[in-house]
Design a protein around this ligand. Structure first.
Ligand code: PLP
Length: 392
């Protein structure tokens, strides 16, 4: 308490993000802890069913312990391996690309479109070779990539589409929820700062039963049956077979206990984020700030991130802006330090900023502002007036 009192009285603390966990989540976790079954079981199964229903049915959902795991399983299930090329962008988190390397395939990086901050379909087209096996679009910040073009190219050129939907719950493309498009796999993240969370976790979604079955088996050591079914069995069920050298990517019932209740609130959360985004847009209209791209035609943006850029006429640069906002108690971030600035990717694939002019231009100037469900109107106003004073 004394520490708080020592802060100057005008200072408020606005974190960059803050998970929104209610008593329902807490009670469900306790129920699971007391149930005697902590790993993958009934709650995971319920969470998967709820997720399928949320997306409107006719998809398969496989809960995993991270979106990274889900992306790995998705690429594995469509057969990506050594000698294959997978096209993606550098304007993302390293997870999007590292999973390509897990399988010994080669990532081919292309630039983003400066109107959506998502992968540019024209750049994909230019990068297609005989070895192109898959494309991984990222729905950056929660705005859909140009899936119409990407999916039609996938048909013509015969490659798989694995959507990195880590930011995209709930996001729509031409009125359809991400997860229900005609891609091969979409993977959502429930990492602590995502739009819903299980602490750590993810969901692989596919319309293809073979992909779902493969992912489900590879997720648990390549075992030919699920441990919970063996546990529930009325007869001794000690026998199993290993069908492939699988992974250990299953979600626990503890995590699913959180997810079940987070999912019930996902639309409510989305409305709150939408409100914050609209507030920022209105409030910043006269600031030297470039607003993030807005969705077209009433499509949903999940607003996982609210990424602004400083205008050329802004009085300070990006780094100074973040520093001064921090001094005011407002935590900002940068999404992303593009992979062409990361040692491993730069060196292993000879990447340079010149190759990605749009990503580079955005990176140099961008700031991710706090956006989370629990933000009060006071909090939003505090962020806005802090920006006002920092930019004056
Ligand atoms: C968070 C994130 C991931 C990884 O999600 P995890 O659940 O932490 O593995 C992948 N891609 C993008 C774009 C992300 O933001």
């Amino acid at each position: 308490m004394w520490k708080k009192l020592m802060l100057p009285s005008f200072t408020k603390k606005i974190p960059f993000s803050d998970p929104d966990i209610g008593d329902e989540e807490v009670d469900e976790v306790i129920d699971t802890l007391k149930s005697g079954w902590l790993t993958t079981g009934q709650k995971v199964s319920n969470f998967e069913i709820d997720f399928v229903n949320y997306l409107g049915g006719s998809v398969y959902a496989v809960a995993v312990n991270s979106a990274t795991a889900g992306l790995h399983l998705g690429l594995e299930a469509v057969g990506v391996g050594p000698g294959d090329e997978v096209i993606t962008t550098t304007h993302t988190f390293t997870a999007t690309a590292e999973v390509i390397r897990y399988l010994g395939a080669t990532p081919v990086f292309v630039d983003i479109d400066d109107k959506t901050f998502c992968i540019d379909p024209a750049k994909i087209e230019a990068a297609i070779t005989k070895k192109t096996k898959a494309v991984i679009p990222v729905h950056f910040a929660g705005l859909s990539a140009d899936m119409e073009n990407i999916l039609s190219m996938a048909k013509t050129h015969n490659f798989f589409v694995i959507e990195d939907a880590a930011h995209a719950l709930p996001t729509t493309h031409q009125g359809k929820k991400i997860g229900t498009l005609d891609s091969d796999v979409a993977v959502f993240s429930f990492y602590a700062n995502k739009t819903i969370t299980t602490g750590e976790g993810g969901m692989l979604v596919t319309k293809n039963q073979k992909i779902a079955n493969r992912a489900r088996m590879m997720q648990i050591h390549g075992i030919d049956r699920q441990p919970f079914n063996r546990y529930k069995s009325e007869t001794p069920a000690w026998y199993y077979q290993i069908m492939a050298p699988g992974f250990k990517y299953n979600m626990t019932d503890l995590a699913a206990s959180i997810g079940i209740h987070q999912l019930k609130k996902v639309d409510f959360f989305a409305q709150k984020r939408e409100k914050i985004a609209s507030f920022y847009r209105k409030r910043f209209s006269r600031f030297p700030i470039i607003l993030p791209p807005w969705p077209k035609n009433n499509d949903l943006h999940s607003w996982h991130l609210f990424v602004i850029q400083l205008s050329p006429n802004a009085p300070i640069d990006r780094d100074k802006f973040i520093e001064e906002m921090f001094a005011m108690g407002v935590s900002c971030s940068v999404h992303y330090i593009p992979l062409h600035h990361q040692t491993y990717w730069r060196e292993a694939f000879n990447l340079s900023p010149k190759m990605f002019p749009n990503s580079e231009k955005i990176y140099q100037n961008c700031i991710s502002l706090p956006i989370y469900n629990k933000m009060s109107t006071d909090d939003m106003e505090y962020v806005a007036s802090s920006i006002e004073s920092v930019l004056e």
